[in-house]
Design a protein around this ligand. Sequence first.
Ligand code: IMP
Length: 423
Amino acid sequence: MNTIALVGAQWGDEGKGKVIDILASSADYVVRATGGSNAGHTVVSGDKTYKLHLIPSGILYPKTVNIIGNGVVLDPKVVLEEMDSLSKMGVKFDNLMMDLRAHIVLPYHKEIDELAELSKGKDAIGTTKRGIGPCYADKCDRIGIRLIDLLDSEVFAQKLKSNLELKNKLITAVYGGKPLDYKSIYEEYCGYAKRLKQYATDTGAVLYDAIKAGKRVVFEGAQGTLLDLDSGTYPFVTSSHPITGGFCAGAGVGPTAIKECLGIAKSYTTRVGAGPFPTELNDEVGNHLLNVGHEFGTTTGRARRCGWLDAVILRLAVRINGLTALAINKLDTLTGLKKLKIATSYKLDNKNIQYFPADISILAKCTPVYEEYEGWTEDISACRKFEDLPKAAQNYIKAIEKLTDTPVTMIGVGADRNQNIYR
Ligand code: IMP
């Protein structure tokens, strides 16, 4: 079997796009299985920067088949706009497939996402307002509209009508918003259906055959482990399962279909949106990470919260995802910092906590227990072998391996797809 899952080991934004792009160059299939247009992957190649939200990162390779699996919530407007802008950069879509079972994001999902956040006031989750939560909620409520429904104009008309009646009551009576118009949504989405039809298929069946035939399949994670609906920092999480278990459900394959699980982490930690973040730094070092690391969201442009690397989080990611290796990105961002710290455990009421707490009110009270490491000042962006790195940088990577009991097989030292060290 020749399959690998790439999963975010922190709160998302770990630089998965770059690693996926590297693996995609030799992949036969690249699969997105969870999340939706809340994801944002940046791929830098030469002088071109590609921003991807729903389209799998293998799209830049003409021979790679790109699959949007059943677990993705598909926003037709966003995916088509994305295709139009990629197409202007010379990208082709002959090898793109979208699963018939994928649920469709509709305007009322986005409206409700926005209004629900507003109504929560200071308790807002800080969602991307892409309608992700409301769309998954409809899926669980078994009233969702899937791609297969959208493609049949009669089925779509009937489902849209009954859903919109319900959603307009929610929008107006509960949130005090304005009702949405059936006709304009119907017409707009029928237009999308015409364009999407050629890509729609049963992608789980396609993947099953591909894996059996020994094809190289890369499962492309979105978001990250701590945003997982079950294991993340609930309720400050996304509404899907951006972990390797979620990839199976969301791609329509069994757990034995994934051979390797590579966790992607940054050499420090970032978080977007609200919720506790034990190693957060609101000081000069935090500013260094924000500015040198260009920590602004691909999807929303929001500044990310920054802090030291947290081994408690990485150990959780190793356990939940069954990680076989780690890729550490953006090691170059740490260059110039005199001392570096990694949280090895937390302290609460004089007790040492080794595991990530289930309750965020407990997490909020935890203070990190740090180990300190020497920094380096040398420019490491041209290093291509582990031995080329300054001793202090080597020691930092070795410390991560020791603290997580997992090998670091890839180290990112710059944004370009060639700026990596492989071990
Ligand atoms: P939602 O997925 O838009 O519902 O947002 C829920 C939470 O997940 C918010 O804190 C978002 O900032 C966060 N989130 C969702 N997608 C991403 C991502 O791709 N990277 C980082 N954070 C994300």
